[in-house]
Design a binder for this molecule. Structure first.
Ligand SMILES: [Zn+2]
Length: 232
């Protein structure tokens, strides 16, 4: 990104923050005025997480998704991703922390996350440069602060830029993402790993990523996503 473009992007963010200070906050979902937070009380009530069970299993690893990718949650994820609304990452992390607690309280999951390491599925540097931040990394940082689990953002690295895959079929997706990540085992593989992403669509990205962990002998791993589409 050129210096001029970067400056323009930062100026845009700054102006938005100043405007937020001058004008009262608005609920991200219904745009009514609020005093704090990001959602009004009515919209906050619409945020209901899914039951604390694994919604799927990929390569023998359980996949937990806190919400469906729809309604208020979809708006929050998109606003964080595309509208520079970074504060949302904190709220999504609090929802996730609450969901993790429910998963742990549910004894049928037989889950132990003591000493867990959060490994975010980062987007490529190309996206990072465009936005100036990585949305999943922001959620991971907040989740680590809230839960006390360690954050590791160096283990999983995206090495190849991949175009958005929403139009591709499952087999095409798998082919598309192969060799696009590198796993550098710079953590103790005996500790539980929380592989964190914002959305699981068909599961092909997680299928590929978990195979990397499996190859390296990481057996204690859960996939955790903020949301899932109904395809998954
Ligand atoms: Zn509202």
């Amino acid at each position: 990104m050129s210096y001029a473009k970067k400056l323009a992007s930062y100026t845009k963010i700054l102006i938005k923050e100043i405007l937020d200070l001058i004008y009262k906050r608005k609920c991200i979902n219904c745009a009514c005025q609020i005093n704090d937070g990001i959602l009004c009380k009515t919209c906050l009530k619409l945020v209901q997480n899914l039951s604390p069970f694994a919604q799927g299993v990929i390569n023998n690893y359980p996949v937990y998704s806190a919400f469906y990718y729809e309604g208020v949650i979809k708006k929050l994820i998109q606003s964080l991703k595309f509208k520079h609304n970074k504060a949302i990452s904190y709220y999504l992390a609090t929802f996730l922390a609450d969901y993790i607690q429910q998963i742990l309280n549910n004894k049928t999951n037989e889950l132990n996350l003591e000493g867990a390491i959060i490994i975010p599925v980062l987007t490529h540097t190309k996206n990072y440069n465009k936005r100036g931040y990585d949305n999943v990394l922001l959620i991971a940082e907040n989740l680590a602060k809230i839960t006390g689990y360690k954050l590791n953002s160096t283990a999983l690295r995206k090495t190849k830029y991949t175009k958005p895959m929403y139009k591709l079929k499952r087999k095409q997706r798998l082919h598309h993402i192969e060799n696009s990540f590198e796993l550098n085992v710079d953590f103790n593989i005996n500790n539980p790993v929380i592989l964190l992403d914002d959305i699981v669509t068909t599961g092909s990205t997680l299928e590929y990523l978990t195979s990397l962990f499996k190859e390296k002998g990481v057996y204690n791993l859960i996939c955790l996503t903020v949301s899932k589409t109904k395809k998954f």
